[in-house]
Design a binder for this molecule. Structure first.
Ligand code: BT5
Length: 262
């Protein structure tokens, strides 16, 4: 195990048009650091990256595990333009597509499990947590936290998981470099960003959607589970299901599970 090579990191990321970069050998959560920095005028596309997180967060106060030397954990600060602001609910899709593209370059076949996971071989390799910084009613910045299991040792034990997990190393059969993957994700993000405001962005996102036409159950806190076949995405990135009566139902939050055949 070794910390990320800061010299290699800064040299590689200098090839991209980013904001500023803050690197930590160890941190609580890169999203917490990025949220504080965003509130303190971080330039657009600034990045907080850590080798290890001791308090990594998922949605709903769940934990995200980032052991030292094994994973990517970073938060990207997006300072949206006025044109982008109406479409910010698509940011999670933009991040998932950027991660997926970096995996496709390596010959892998990622899928996006709505709303915020990237899967390889049907197992979770990446989780995304987007959080906003508001000024009044206006979104000032969006922090996009991305955690990726690069090496096998990044994957938590099965009894700590809600959904099966995998690493890129396991899916590829070899250990890829963390900094190169990070570079490719950020390069894809920058390239895809202008498409976020376009109508066909949804088609691109939908084309990688996991469980298409399969029967799933979506569970959310304090709400009854919704059951249906995955049909696609709404323009705002909500999930569109077709229920047993053939009606379309829109789901905004929750965790998708495949429904076992009766
Ligand atoms: C997520 O939440 O998947 C969002 C994870 C975001 C992590 C990034 S890392 C950089 C930034 N800084 C942070 O503090 N967070 C972001 P959710 O869909 O709620 O999934 C959380 C669940 O994933 C947990 O309850 C576990 O079951 C599982 N899990 C935890 N660590 C994992 C890992 N390394 N690989 C796969 N699954 C994991």
């Amino acid at each position: 195990m070794q910390f990320m090579d800061q010299h290699e990191l800064k040299k590689t990321l200098a090839r991209l048009t980013l904001g500023d970069i803050r690197y930590f050998d160890s941190i609580g959560s890169t999203n917490d650091e990025a949220l504080a920095w965003a509130a303190d005028d971080a330039p657009d596309l600034s990045i907080v990256i850590a080798d290890e997180q001791t308090m990594g967060r998922g949605r709903l106060d769940r934990k995200w595990s980032t052991p030292s030397g094994t994973a990517l954990a970073f938060s990207l600060i997006l300072s949206p333009t006025e044109e982008e602001k109406p479409h910010l609910s698509r940011t999670v899709g933009l991040a998932a597509l950027a991660v997926a593209t970096a995996l496709q370059i390596r010959g892998l076949h990622p899928q996006i499990k709505w709303p915020n996971d990237v899967l390889l071989l049907g197992r979770k390799v990446c989780g995304i947590l987007t959080e906003s910084v508001w000024s009044g009613d206006d979104v000032d910045c969006v922090v996009i936290g991305i955690g990726i299991n690069v090496l096998k040792d990044a994957v938590p034990p099965a009894d700590e998981l809600l959904f099966p997990a995998i690493s890129i190393e396991e899916a590829m059969g070899q250990a890829p470099g963390r900094v190169e993957i990070l570079h490719d994700i950020l390069a894809s993000f920058i390239e895809l960003r202008p498409r976020m405001v376009q109508d066909d962005f949804l088609n691109q996102w939908e084309s990688l959607l996991a469980f298409k036409d399969e029967s799933v159950q979506v569970e959310a806190k304090d709400a009854p589970a919704v059951v249906g076949q995955v049909s696609g995405l709404e323009p705002d990135g909500s999930l569109k299901l077709r229920n047993e009566h053939g009606e379309f139902v829109t789901v905004r939050f929750g965790d998708v599970r495949l429904r076992p055949l009766a």
